[in-house]
Design a protein. Sequence first.
Length: 166
Amino acid sequence: MIYYKGMDRILDKPDWRILDAVQKDGKISLAELSDRVGLSKTPCQIRLRRLEEEGYITGYHARLDMRKIRKNYVVFIQVKLEATSRRHLEQFNAAVRKMDAVQSCHMMAGGFDYLLKVRCRNMEEYRVILTDSINRLPGVYQTTTFPVMEEVKRASGVDLADLGAG
């Protein structure tokens, strides 16, 4: 068993295997999950429910084909703020959380303050998002745009082998 600070309890190998399996396939059947984990259905289902209730599993998501839904244009935007006081950061954070066009936003250390990921249909749509939304976020001083030429890897889970799933 491996214990990490901040965890509510110690997760054992079957727990880690359940987490690994459901992050790779959220639609996995209980029978298949039980086989992969090495437990019968009832104990496996009890563990799965407990992992959900304790917040280790926060949801299940479908992976969409972005080309088919015409949202395959990806842009990363470096954002510099005018100031980085707590108030400025909180205002920016609150505003960017409301923007559906922003797929992810990370506060960074270094030469800029935030890195945003935007997914849209094309450059024209991005230009509207940039001028009408991103540049109007509280405290934005400067933005630098990096259009993605090709997505080389897209992972939705993390490697859990070193945590006991392997």
